[in-house]
Design a protein around this ligand. Structure first.
Ligand code: FES
Length: 103
């Protein structure tokens, strides 16, 4: 798939994330220090949605159900019990909007 517009930049709160469903895919868009990042919105440990159960720790997102954490920049596991990387997507700001490459 190609790069598509997911939302407007102003829709995502600074220091947190928001879920969007481009092409029916649950994507979490994060805004930290004005930069944007994108990951799957689905916890790969037990399948819950991160936007409904999360805490941010700077660049780490925690799924608050079992407290695992990933680095949203790379998807790497920071805190178990997760063992799998969180799917990340390339996100960029274009004018007033945020685009994500859904590859
Ligand atoms: S469901 Fe996400 S850590 Fe358990």
């Amino acid at each position: 798939m190609a790069k598509i517009k997911v939302c407007e930049y102003k829709e995502v709160p600074e220091g947190d994330m928001k879920k969007f469903m481009p092409k029916g895919i649950p994507i979490a868009i994060y805004k930290l220090s004005g930069q944007v990042y994108a990951t799957s919105d689905m916890c790969n440990y037990d399948g819950s949605f991160l936007d409904e159960n999360h805490k941010m720790h700077n660049y780490m997102v925690e799924c608050t159900i079992h407290n695992e954490q990933w680095d949203i920049r790379t998807g790497e596991v920071v805190l178990p019990p997760a063992t799998e990387k969180l799917k990340t997507y390339k996100a960029e700001i274009v004018g007033e909007d945020i685009y994500v490459d859904l590859v």
